[in-house]
Ligand binder design. Structure first.
Ligand code: SF4
Ligand code: SF4
Length: 497
């Protein structure tokens, strides 16, 4: 590259042109505004960047150097090896980089994409269980035929423009609609996505009672490959928490069905969800033992723990829920105990990945719950018990009649208008929309506890990741993330308790 030219007129240089080598000033760097860090017991500096999703442990001998780079003062180059590593992984950036703009652009690209359709279908709004903490009202039975036709037509209309179709079966208890709805629509989704080369992901949140080995085999054939099934302890606790509608026990049938799934050679994932409160939390050892014997280290199964919350059901006043601080500690202990029994657990890292990150599906404009009567809704926790959650309806021809202002209430970029979110290091993951319900209904900022307790989250993460080599590790953003039907309502209800 040519340097600047000057004309010399003094000291006899006359009009001779001199070419002077360009000397670039050293670049200056600043710490990324999306960093968080803490120190592990052995002096390792545990680092995380919420924009890249990268996390790593800097060994104690380099921790001091790294800390200097990460100070807010900034630093002029050239970079040494530690600095170069931090730059490559996004922990330091050039002084002139506008990181907020970077985040805004990525957010817009993902949030307003039109090549994705996510549907949460309710085959039935009835349930064969009556769980003590449930808030649903069981107002309707199976999905009406004209609504099923509308769903088909919607997918037919959109399929040529889609890259991904995400179908999540939810309820009530979705398996009550197995014959009429799931067996009708699931093979259609599988076939049409294969024909148009569209990525297809399908999951189900079910109590597991009706997931017999025969039905599981059929559903796996139809591409429903991720299941969330809840077990709240061994028979004594579980049957008290999650009885049949007539009060009968459910534990043994669910365990038999889990074993049935285990014996199926197909690839799938089952999240065994455990809801804990003060009544059952001290007795999970026996459950872990039983699951270990039944599942025999099958890595397709993993445990996930959620605190029971006051979710709006008729028994809310009688529930013995755990307090906010207690939940964090118990959550960690339960995960450790499950692992010590050889069971897999949901990874901390999953909560820290950017885009779509921790953002609730209700905040995505291309995600709709379709009720049995054709209502379009956003939040699975309140369904049609909250007027502002019903944002429109699906017509028989597949058209979506949407009330834009109601929809905007759920999908708007809250982090733009919320000063705290705007400044928050966690915004690429949370986007201020971990639980839009808390915003829409309660006008409260929904900071998730794993962000407010970030130091402890990072230590858990380090413990989890230091068991796997090589490190430092990095994360790849998965463009087609599953629509997990588990929501943050439990966490948020604890946070506001
Ligand atoms: S996270 Fe919040 S908005 Fe999302 S489904 Fe759960 S309660 Fe509803
Ligand atoms: S809701 Fe809380 S954690 Fe999320 S971006 Fe806003 S301030 Fe950060």
């Amino acid at each position: 590259m040519e340097g600047p030219c000057i004309t010399g007129t003094e000291n006899g240089v006359g009009s001779q042109l001199l070419q002077i080598e360009a000397v670039r000033p050293p670049k200056t760097y600043k710490a990324s505004r999306f960093n968080a860090h803490t120190i592990a017991a052995d002096g390792t500096l545990v680092l995380y960047n919420s924009f890249t999703g990268h996390r790593c442990g800097i060994p104690p001998q380099w921790a001091e150097t790294a800390t200097r780079y990460l100070s807010q003062v900034g630093m002029a180059g050239p970079l040494d090896k530690v600095g170069e590593y931090l730059r490559k992984k996004g922990y330091i950036v050039e002084e002139n980089i506008d990181e907020n703009a970077r985040h805004d652009v990525r957010y817009s690209r993902y949030q307003f994409r039109t090549d994705m359709l996510e549907l949460i279908l309710l085959p039935s709004e009835e349930c064969n269980f009556r769980c003590v903490y449930c808030s649903q009202e069981f107002k309707r039975d199976n999905m009406l035929p004209e609504v099923r036709e509308g769903v088909r037509n919607l997918v037919l209309q959109r399929i040529s423009k889609l890259k991904g179709l995400n179908i999540s079966w939810f309820g009530g208890e979705p398996m009550l609609g197995y014959e009429d709805v799931i067996a009708d629509l699931a093979p259609f989704f599988k076939e049409i996505t294969a024909k148009h080369d569209v990525h297809y992901f399908s999951s189900m949140t079910t109590n597991g009672y009706l997931v017999t080995p025969e039905r599981a085999a059929k559903m796996l054939e139809w591409g429903i490959r991720h299941y969330q099934i809840t077990v709240d302890g061994t028979a004594g606790d579980h049957d008290q928490h999650r009885p049949l509608a007539d009060g009968g026990p459910t534990f043994q049938v669910i365990m038999d069905n889990l074993i049935g799934l285990k014996n199926n050679p197909e690839s799938f994932k089952v999240t065994v969800r455990v809801n804990f409160d003060k009544t059952n939390v001290r007795r999970f050892g026996a459950l872990f033992q039983q699951l270990r014997e039944s599942l025999q280290g099958d890595s397709r199964f993993e445990m996930d723990f959620h605190p029971v919350g006051k979710w709006g059901g008729p028994n809310d006043d009688d529930l013995e829920i755990c307090g906010f601080k207690e939940v964090g500690r118990l959550h960690k202990e339960l995960r450790q105990e499950a692992r010590s029994h050889g069971l897999g657990t949901m990874k901390v890292s999953q909560m820290l990945e950017p885009d779509p990150g921790s953002v609730c599906y209700a905040a995505r404009p291309y995600n709709f719950i379709i009720g049995t009567d054709g209502k379009l809704m956003k939040c699975t926790q309140v369904l049609d018990t909250l007027d502002s959650n019903v944002v429109g309806r699906i017509c028989r021809d597949g058209e979506l009649e949407i009330e834009s202002d109601l929809l905007n209430g759920w999908v708007q970029p809250y982090y733009h208008t919320d000063v705290m979110c705007n400044k928050c290091f966690f915004v690429p993951v949370c986007q201020g929309a971990v639980c839009p319900l808390v915003r829409v209904r309660d006008n409260v900022r929904p900071c998730p506890p794993y962000k407010t307790e970030i130091a402890s989250t990072l230590l858990d993460l380090w413990e989890e990741e230091s068991r796997s080599v090589p490190r430092p590790s990095s994360v790849e953003t998965v463009p087609l993330a599953p629509v997990e039907s588990a929501c943050e309502a439990d966490v948020m209800s604890q946070a506001t308790t």
